[in-house]
Design a protein around this ligand. Structure first.
Ligand code: AMP
Ligand code: MG
Length: 415
């Protein structure tokens, strides 16, 4: 039996990133940028005002004989327009946030620091404004290229695209984006006892929870799930399903990889594909098979639902993320306090489902009850896997253990 780390290393060694495709900007969220993004324009493209106020010459803002400077208002410019007037000494132009700074002006004063001059004959008098504060050149002016300069590498290949990157790409006019494409993941249940979710229970039968759980987990990992139903416990049925499955980038099966008479996934992988390994020193989920059918990697998850869930997190999610070009592919670990302790001495490494919360400055883990690999309710509310090491040491009440934090963002795998 190999360790979890060795299994993961051996799996990931076979995984390379998928081809690059172009997708519309709004579909790029969560995908990985396939090449560097170099600004073709200055951003902002033109010097513009950061405030609503007046564009003027800075030397015109100086008070005169103890009185504020009084300037003639020669017009106004709103965002989206270019001023027709040139600011000359003694004049100011009303300007809105985002409007281009007019020719002749070297500064902007915000409206709060001015006072419009009320005239007794408003119709005949030209509008005027008093400048209540002296302003330096460049005040409230956002310079062209201050954010991004033409020729600058703004985003690098390998960056995961989030909402903020989408904003940057939109600013630079990238209507379509080169990304590493989503993985297409075939999902296959196995077993004569498995019926679909809409079927009433019959003697000896159980519903297919694994395929739906895996489908959801695949989708959450950012890939495209393709559920292929359930193969019966015959070689012919498996063969038929694998014919469809090999058109995908990855095959995930559940069940059929243990030591029973009908554990045929293992048999097909051994006899017709390439089997890397099929047992890992862990609980839940000792029987995890990895190999290839043709050139398509196959992860054979165990049938017990909790084992399926846990081994998906440990092995399948990193594979999907690596295929999709992600650099951060595994969930981080953090030390947690286990108030009630975990008494069992594990010969295999035990991943105990737990709810971890932040309590008075530390992470405290509460195991979620019966940890049997068939107890699906042990997954309820679990956001972490507390690790009981394989060296036989139990965790005393109040003791500290490492936990895999399932709802924290992934980190890079240490080399
Ligand atoms: P196996 O490895 O095929 O012997 O399966 C181990 C256990 O997992 C058995 O109790 C199966 O009934 C159960 N199991 C297998 N596949 C599924 C599935 N798709 N949904 C729910 N339980 C399953
Ligand atoms: Mg089975």
């Amino acid at each position: 039996m190999i360790s979890v780390e060795e299994a993961r290393t051996r799996i990931l060694k076979h995984i390379t990133s998928l081809p690059t495709i172009s997708v519309p900007l709004s579909e790029a969220i969560g995908l990985v940028l396939a090449r560097d993004v170099i600004a073709q324009e200055n951003i902002p493209p033109f010097a513009n005002s950061a405030m609503d106020g007046f564009a003027l010459k800075s030397q015109d803002s100086r008070p005169h004989e103890g009185k504020p400077a009084r300037l003639r208002i020669i017009g106004e410019v709103a965002a989206g327009y270019v001023a027709q007037q040139v600011v000359i000494p003694g004049t100011a132009l009303r300007i809105m946030t985002g409007a281009p700074v007019p020719e002749g002006a070297d500064t902007v004063i915000q409206v709060e620091l001015t006072q419009s001059v009320s005239s007794s004959e408003p119709r005949t008098q030209e509008a005027q404004v008093d400048i209540l504060s002296e302003v330096a050149p460049g005040n409230n002016i956002r310079l062209a290229g201050e954010d991004m300069q033409r020729g600058q590498t703004v985003l690098t290949a390998g960056t995961e695209i989030g909402p903020w990157e989408i904003g940057i790409l939109a600013t630079l006019g990238w209507a379509t984006v080169p990304v590493i494409r989503r993985a297409r993941v075939a999902i296959l249940g196995t077993g004569d006892e498995i019926i679909d979710v809409d079927q009433p229970l019959q003697p000896g039968k159980i519903r297919n929870s694994n395929s739906y759980l895996i489908e959801a987990a695949v989708r959450r990992a950012g890939a495209e799930p393709i559920r292929l139903g359930v193969a019966r416990d015959t070689l012919a049925s498996l063969h038929e399903k694998f014919l469809q499955a090999v058109t995908c980038d990855l095959i995930i099966t559940s069940g059929g990889v243990s030591v029973g008479d009908f554990d045929l996934v293992k048999q097909v992988l051994t006899e017709e594909g390439q089997m890397e390994f099929w047992r890992i020193n862990m609980r839940p989920g000792k029987p995890v098979a990895f190999g290839h059918i043709g050139s398509v990697p196959l992860i054979g998850l165990p049938g017990n639902p909790v084992s399926t869930a846990v081994t998906f997190e440990l092995f399948a999610r990193p594979v999907i993320r690596k295929m999709q070009g992600q650099q951060r592919i595994i969930k981080p670990q953090a030390p947690v306090i286990v108030e009630q302790g975990i008494p069992d001495r594990a010969s295999r490494r035990h991943y105990v489902r737990a709810h971890v919360e932040w309590q008075q400055g530390q992470l405290v883990a509460h195991p979620t009850g019966n940890q049997g690999s068939h107890i699906m309710t042990s997954l309820r509310n679990a956001n972490a896997l507390v690790i009981v090491p394989e060296n036989g040491e139990s965790i005393p009440p109040g003791g500290t253990a490492m936990a895999i934090m399932l709802d924290w963002p992934e980190v890079e795998l240490a080399q």
